[in-house]
Design a protein around this ligand. Structure first.
Ligand SMILES: Cc1cc2nc3c(=O)[nH]c(=O)nc-3n(C[C@H](O)[C@H](O)[C@H](O)COP(=O)(O)O)c2cc1C
Length: 374
């Protein structure tokens, strides 16, 4: 700490931490470096603690500023809300996990489990840091954990600690005491918390379960004259999904008639154009939005290539297209070309995209996304 020095944190007095229940103690403020940040990365140590679990959520006890620069947590009066001996109880940890400046801004959680101490008060020794459970079998934990979900990462960390003889033989808070996980139950079910507590995000809104869907949507598209691409950019903004553009190895050139002629031959002969690059691994995605232009009353040929080469088993496929008003058989041809998807959603047709008003376009995309992203 650099109390009063140039590296000392400055409290942002406009951002007090608002708890969801009455907590008697000092008002806490967040440092300006937190309130000014666009996003946070939360790195905690995996270790035991006399209060039980002290992973990424309790990490934010170190983010609070109040009248006591040396003992802020005592001034804040919040240790008794760690609820390590009680199930179904309100806890400040859930408020920190859902706070609009903290949990809501956190994009990545990490646990450093390279060498783990059994408790905050014990020195690490060659003996107590050797873990007996499988797969460590007498070695150091030697692990790093990463997640976008604070409940998931803290739960996994808790499982390792609560099942590790080297830890529980030296730390009674973690021995046969499932109550240390109260905050994980409260957070995982935050909209209907087991304690009956109503949790807010510190800014007047109800807390919601952590949103880990952002990277489970992929948008695959082909676009010749960039109309579909314009729609794709909006979809990406709205879903926070990943993008994959289909790029034919031999570009389509020579004007509409030549392109139309080539495309017709490719579709009729089922000799679809080869694509450059490797398609993305779909295992991390639940929903694949697939879009392109209508060509000759059916799919543009690069879409046929992608659909014919891709196995969508278990995925939701959500098709959209752009056209000039005569889509012909696009919808049926698309459905016929998709292999094995668990669900092909309703289609989104966008005609003459450049003349659709901004607000109307946004509204239509929202309505469609709501239906396809369950
Ligand atoms: C070769 C070719 C064939 C087309 N055939 C059709 C068609 O059958 N029906 C239609 O409504 N639009 C047709 N169009 C228009 C495109 O579908 C429309 O302009 C689309 O929005 C273009 O999307 P893009 O800019 O992403 O390539 C065709 C365009 C081309 C280049």
């Amino acid at each position: 700490m650099d109390l009063g020095g140039s590296n000392d944190a400055q409290a942002d007095r406009s951002v007090p931490v608002v708890w969801s229940q009455q907590v008697s103690g000092d008002t806490n403020y967040l440092p300006a470096c937190v309130t000014e940040a666009d996003y946070l990365i939360n790195l905690a140590e995996l270790k035991g603690h006399s209060y039980g679990i002290t992973h990424t959520s309790k990490n934010h006890f170190g983010t609070l500023m109040n009248s006591s620069r040396l003992r802020p947590l005592e001034a804040a009066g919040i240790h008794r809300y760690l609820t390590q001996n009680q199930m179904d109880a309100y806890t400040v940890l859930v408020d920190l996990m859902g706070n609009y400046q903290l949990g809501e801004k956190t994009m990545l959680y990490m646990l450093d489990a390279v060498i783990c101490a059994p408790s905050e008060g014990s020195s690490i020794t060659g003996e107590n840091a050797r873990w007996q459970q499988s797969p460590f079998n007498g070695g150091y934990a030697s692990s790093l954990f990463f997640s976008q979900d604070p409940v998931a990462i803290d739960s996994v960390g808790a499982d390792f600690l609560m099942n590790e003889p080297s830890v529980i033989n030296r730390n009674s808070a973690l021995r046969d005491n499932p109550n240390v996980e109260n905050y994980l139950h409260e957070a995982g079910l935050v909209a209907d918390a087991p304690s009956g507590s109503v949790y807010y995000n510190g800014n007047g809104e109800r807390s919601e379960a952590p949103d880990t869907t952002s990277h489970r949507t992929l948008v695959v598209y082909y676009s010749l004259s960039r109309r579909t691409e314009d729609v794709v950019k909006r979809l990406q903004e709205k879903t926070n999904g990943d993008l994959y553009e289909l790029v034919p190895s031999v570009p389509y050139t020579g004007g509409n008639n030549a392109i139309s002629q080539r495309a017709r031959e490719e579709v009729e002969s089922e000799n679809y154009p080869s694509l450059s690059g490797m398609p993305p691994d779909l295992s991390q995605y639940d929903t694949i939005l697939i879009g392109g232009p209508v060509w000759n009353s059916t799919l543009a040929s690069p879409l046929y290539t992608y659909l014919s080469e891709t196995d969508f088993t278990g995925k939701t496929v959500a098709p959209f297209w752009t056209d000039q008003g005569t889509p012909g058989n696009y919808a049926q041809d698309f459905t016929d070309a998709v292999k094995s998807a668990v669900r092909v959603t309703e289609f989104l047709q966008l005609t003459n995209t450049t003349s659709i008003a901004e607000e109307d376009m946004s509204q239509r995309l929202d309505t469609w996304l709501e239906a396809v992203l369950e």
